[in-house]
Design a protein around this ligand. Sequence first.
Ligand code: 5GP
Ligand code: ZN
Length: 125
Amino acid sequence: MRTLSHPGAYASHMSADCLFCSIIAGDIPADRVLENDAVVAFRDIAPKADTHVLVVPRTHAPDVAALAATAPGELAAMALAAQEIADAECGGQFKWIFNTGEKAGQTVFHAHGHLLGGDLGGSLV
Ligand code: 5GP
Ligand code: ZN
């Protein structure tokens, strides 16, 4: 385990031991489809639709509401990125899901939107 001499050894927008921070940093490979100053988007490792992309802010926040409170501009950038990807892959139409909390199915506690597109079959909502 890496020992830090002081907390500032990590950039403030990153969190140690966070899967998505590691993917953003390039330490863990992912099939990236879009990235800019605010957002990285990559394909979900276990896709649930023809298009299933995770849209992730560069700033670490545990869920979407925490992101809205701390970095609202990145939340807006996520929406624009999702639309751009959907325009390219699924005629501009998509479902966008933010699992928030364990009971809602959240397993990675770095805010992310699931962009789902294509034939979605029977949708929950
Ligand atoms: P959550 O359940 O937190 O809403 O979404 C986490 C998503 O991350 C899941 O759909 C899961 O399949 C995906 N995931 C978990 N580990 C990895 C990984 O290492 N790479 C990629 N690309 N996706 C992952
Ligand atoms: Zn993170």
